[in-house]
Design a protein. Structure first.
Ligand code: SF4
Ligand code: SF4
Ligand code: SF4
Length: 298
């Protein structure tokens, strides 16, 4: 049985591809975007979270941890995620359910079973299943086994991808999908590195390959304040998409849905208190793409 690590399975998704969809969130991402709305997606292993308002400070969890991954600091239970082996003993031992885990090991069969529960909705709405994350292609065996099982059921399968995957592996996996929702974050390689921790060379190389090989691609730009939200950025991104030969693009305005998760994970958040963007803030930005004959929408 092929297994992998996921952190959420969301039914009735309406924004992750056409129709009604089930979105399966794979855990693990090669990027570290400063604005990431799913910080729990980045590490490809189980992470324990403490809901401090419930904690009695009894330290039972700390005493039972086999890896000394729990410590008590500033009157709070904290975790060393590198040491944690994901055994979940602390979660089971806590008398007040103050601990929970982000991430679960699941088999392909378990995921397919959940996805099939909504097959009628997919058929009625031309929907299907979307792999999100994290980065699905970072767990290639698990991903491929899952696509194969979903395809046996004639289910439309999409992926939201960073495109930051080793070239040969990307070429093997990309065209197995009915739709690639391909993130394009910046045209400038140094700016891309500043915001995400990686350069964009490999991403653009894969995007060009997928375009030349007739994969069905919808490029998506997360529009992030101070990173890529100026009109100069819009021009740079529109020129890049045109040069590659793409004809449409979706804009994803920055939002703050992930803020609370940073607190729970005890992680610094670069975008704390930054104002969210809305389509009405980005009219001139959108026009830049439209004027260059790109079908640009939200
Ligand atoms: S690519 Fe997506 S999941 Fe990965 S760090 Fe960036 S925003 Fe988060
Ligand atoms: S999951 Fe296991 S290893 Fe990780 S902190 Fe809890 S008890 Fe320790
Ligand atoms: S066992 Fe639960 S209540 Fe006790 S210290 Fe750990 S998290 Fe807090």
């Amino acid at each position: 049985m092929v297994k992998g690590i996921t952190f959420n399975i969301q039914k009735f998704s309406l924004h992750d591809g056409p129709g009604i969809r089930t979105t399966v969130f794979f855990k693990g991402c090669p990027l570290k975007c400063q604005w990431c709305a799913n910080p729990e997606s980045q590490l490809q292993k189980i992470q324990i979270i403490c809901h401090h308002e419930k904690c009695l400070k009894c330290q039972t969890c700390l005493r039972h941890c086999p890896s000394q991954a729990i410590f008590f600091e500033d009157q709070k239970i904290k975790f060393n995620h590198q040491k944690c082996i994901g055994c979940l003993q602390c979660v089971d031992m806590c008398p007040v359910e103050a601990l929970s885990n982000e991430g679960e090991i699941k088999t392909v069969e378990e995921i397919v079973k959940i996805c099939l529960q909504d097959k009628d909705f997919y058929e009625e709405s031309n929907g299907g299943v979307t792999i999100s994350g994290g980065e699905g292609m970072a767990q290639p065996k698990f991903l491929e086994a899952l696509i194969q099982e979903l395809k046996k059921e004639n289910i439309h399968v999409a992926i939201e991808t960073t495109g930051y995957i080793e070239e040969k592996l990307f070429q093997k996996l990309a065209c197995q999908f009915d739709l690639l929702l391909f993130d394009v974050k910046h045209y400038d390689r140094n700016k891309h590195f500043e915001g995400t921790g990686v350069y964009n060379d490999l991403i653009l190389q894969n995007l060009k390959w997928a375009t030349q090989n007739q994969c069905n691609i919808l490029p998506r730009i997360p529009v992030i304040p101070g990173f890529n939200d100026s009109l100069d950025d819009a021009h740079g991104l529109a020129n890049l998409l045109k040069e590659i030969g793409l004809k449409r693009v979706q804009l994803l305005p920055f939002h703050q849905f992930g803020e609370k998760k940073y607190e729970l994970l005890n992680k610094d958040y670069h975008y704390k208190n930054k104002k969210a963007l809305h389509p009405e803030d980005l009219k001139a930005y959108q026009d830049v793409f439209i004027k260059k004959d790109l079908d640009c929408f939200f």
